[in-house]
Write a new protein. Structure first.
Length: 78
């Protein structure tokens, strides 16, 4: 069995963790572990995805941007 630790969390955060429990018997440890596992993405980016990110950064550096206002006008969004 692994050693346990005590941690300090604010009361409002404890309430949020309580609300995330799948059932009243689920431990806070299980809730936190589930949340941590949701944040881990083991899938590597594809070469196409990396190229797209690099192209986007290059466009940004060159100032090739479209304002949010122009996009809203183009698609009729208010």
């Amino acid at each position: 069995m692994q050693a346990a630790s005590s941690i300090y969390i604010r009361e409002d955060l404890k309430t949020q963790l309580t609300n995330l429990k799948r059932n009243s018997k689920e431990s806070y440890n299980d809730v936190i572990e589930r949340l941590v596992n949701l944040t881990i993405d083991d899938e590597l980016l594809s070469a196409d995805a990396i190229k797209g990110l690099e192209d986007g950064l290059e466009d940004t550096k060159k100032g090739n941007l479209i304002s949010e206002e122009d996009i809203r006008k183009k698609y009729g969004v208010k």
